[in-house]
Design a protein around this ligand. Structure first.
Ligand code: ADP
Length: 602
């Protein structure tokens, strides 16, 4: 999913600051929520950095003093220096501990906040976006990429301050002692910085490839294991394994490139420390021989360099990791930039009178309309039946009523309001839907039925289970309603899953019930039981049932017969049977089939 919305025009190339803001603006804003902890943690940095910077001076002065003093005087100077050293060491350790804890904790909190915001945002995205997106890619952005942002943010917070304190202060302290030695050290540092700059674009390129490769791996793993039965049935194990191996190799190659680049930078940083020491010894040695610097000062100089090595290495590490974090930040930002579904709109109390006028609808990106010039009206409490072959547009009509996709303006009206003027939540609160291929969560049957309700009364739960004829299966489940159903309900039969979905819809007590071929996998006897139960349960409920089995919709007030998106016949069961046509022919066929199976006529 390189571009989350392929339909949108390419954005103009952003400036560098614009891109950095795009990648890290949100984490920075979340960081602001923890500003007190950050401020306290950062304020402690100069404390231990100052102590660290003081120590080489202390050692240097003590060395110079010792070389000029003898006897008790020398011993007492030494004792004072040691006590001071110990005291300062304790202050440094304590302030470093507190600062580290605060700042690393903050980076973890920011990661948590970022993931929560991202999940909240994803849940508000419109259905057409999900049609084009891949779950594995979304998951990898939500997990890996968020972690990467934190992975860099922690050390930047922790060591950024130290580096900012120690590097300039160290250079200033060194320069105030001896300029030529300082210039020699700074020259070597400058070479290192220029090398970093040159390597950055390549680091960025391979970081991006590595992250894309891991997203592809998660996508395939997710599909392979969710569809493991199909993979085995069609003997695709070897092919899937080979495809995964190719993706793994792509990931490996990208990472090997990254490791090579990072190792080179790491080695360069270490070599630079050695080179700086060499430059300081060479130039400083000359200065010492010429008497412009004492041995204690030279020692102090080397002490400062030792202090600057770690911040320098961290700087190198951060620079090397930055492109990965940047790529991750951009991948996260891409998700946040997808426009969420508008939640605005009227939220009147809806009774559920439905009017559809001349509705023609084409899916985004599709060429032919899924529905053409469909019109009907339905009063609250009435039942509408939709029949027609697979792909004739029945589910599309239900999806539009649920506002999973936006219909054209002026085509669907609920209680006189254009559907587009109502808040999506308002129409969704009107209808409960039971699908042909329901999605079950890996939880108990009871919690799948009660999905969306915290603690429904047990009597309501039992009534819904009974109305969906799920009660007859309970003895075969080891823990009854508390039986766990496995991922996506894998341990249930197709018909049982459909009935769980039906019970879920019945329990939700919404004024409208949308049945999308919900009983297709249910045997005829159970189907009749459910239909009888539904009539009693229906009360004032509006029901729209799409079904290829005519028995499900025979009692409907109005039946629409669909073919390729168009309504080709309409009327009640009785009127449709009176006319020769598709409906009468299909009824004849299904009655004969039902009689052959030994059941009552459909
Ligand atoms: P039915 O429920 O009658 O089997 P559908 O409403 O599912 O039919 O499908 C009607 C047409 O719309 C079909 O041609 C199908 O391929 C197409 N279609 C369904 N869902 C989508 C989608 N999300 N994106 C694009 N086309 C779709």
């Amino acid at each position: 999913m390189p571009n989350p919305d392929p339909a949108s025009p390419p954005a103009p190339r952003p400036s560098l600051t614009g891109s950095v803001r795009r990648a890290f603006g949100r984490p920075a804003r979340l960081l602001w929520h923890h500003r007190l902890a950050v401020a306290f943690g950062v304020l402690l940095v100069p404390v231990y950095a100052g102590v660290q910077l003081w120590m080489p001076g202390l050692v240097g002065r003590t060395l110079d003093l010792l070389s000029g003093s003898r006897g008790d005087d020398g011993r007492s100077e030494l004792a004072t220096a040691c006590w001071l050293f110990l005291g300062l060491g304790l202050v440094e350790a304590a302030s470093r501990f507190v600062s580290r804890r605060l700042l690393i904790d903050v980076s973890r909190h920011v990661e948590e906040d970022l993931k929560n915001e991202l999940v909240g945002h994803l849940q508000r995205l419109p259905m057409p976006w999900f049609d084009r997106s891949r779950t594995g890619d979304i998951v990898s952005r939500l997990t890996q990429d968020c972690e990467l942002v934190r992975f860099v943010m922690g050390p930047i917070l922790l060591h950024g301050g130290t580096t900012l304190c120690i590097l300039p202060a160290g250079i200033w302290l060194m320069a105030s002692m001896n300029v030529p030695v300082t210039l020699a050290a700074a020259g070597v540092f400058a070479v290192l910085m220029l090398t970093f700059r040159a390597v950055m674009p390549r680091l960025h390129k391979w970081s991006k490839r590595s992250q894309e490769a891991i997203a592809e791996i998660s996508q395939q793993a997710q599909e392979d294991f969710a569809g493991i039965r199909v993979v085995h049935q069609f003997a695709r194990v070897e092919r899937e394994r080979a495809a995964m191996a190719t993706k793994n190799r792509r990931y490996l190659l990208a990472n090997l490139r990254l490791v090579r680049l990072r190792s080179a930078l790491n080695a360069l940083t270490h070599t630079t420390s050695g080179a700086v020491l060499l430059a300081v010894l060479a130039v400083g040695g000359h200065e010492a021989i010429a008497g412009r610097i004492s041995i204690g000062q030279l020692f102090q100089f080397i002490g400062y360099l030792g202090l600057m090595t770690f911040p320098l290495e961290i700087l190198g590490w951060t620079i090397a990791m930055m492109p990965r974090a940047y790529a991750a930040g951009i991948r996260i930002a891409e998700l946040f930039e997808v426009e969420p579904e508008s939640a605005v709109g009227a939220t009147p109390e809806l009774r559920g009178s439905i009017r559809v006028e001349n509705l023609t609808f084409t899916y985004p990106g599709a060429e032919t309309p899924a529905l053409s010039e469909v019109s009907f009206a339905l009063e609250p409490g009435q039942k509408l039946g939709l029949v027609g072959p697979v792909g004739s547009g029945k589910s599309t009509l239900l999806a539009l009523l649920m506002r999973l996709y936006d219909p054209p303006r002026g085509t669907i009206f609920i209680d006189g309001h254009d559907l587009l003027d109502l808040a999506p939540a308002a129409t969704r609160a009107l209808f409960a839907m039971a699908a042909q291929e329901p999605f079950l969560f890996s939880d108990s049957i009871a919690r799948n039925v009660a999905f969306g309700q915290l603690a429904p009364p047990a009597t309501d739960l039992d009534a819904a289970v009974e109305a969906a004829a799920l009660d007859q299966d309970l003895p075969q489940f080891p823990a009854g309603l508390e039986t766990l159903v496995g991922e996506r309900g894998v341990t249930l039969s197709g018909g049982q899953k459909q009935r769980v979905s039906l019970a879920r819809a019945l329990l939700s007590e919404r004024p409208g019930l949308l049945l999308d071929d919900t009983l297709s996998a249910v045997d005829p006897t159970t189907e009749r039981r459910i239909l009888r139960g539904l009539v009693q349960q229906r009360r004032a409920r509006t029901v729209i049932a799409a079904s290829h089995r005519l028995s499900v919709i025979a009692d409907a007030d109005l039946i629409l017969v669909f073919d390729r998106g168009r309504v080709v016949q309409r009327g009640s069961h009785a009127t449709l049977l009176d006319r020769p046509g598709r409906y009468a022919a299909a009824w004849q066929l299904q009655s004969e089939a039902s009689a052959l199976e030994g059941g009552e006529p459909a």
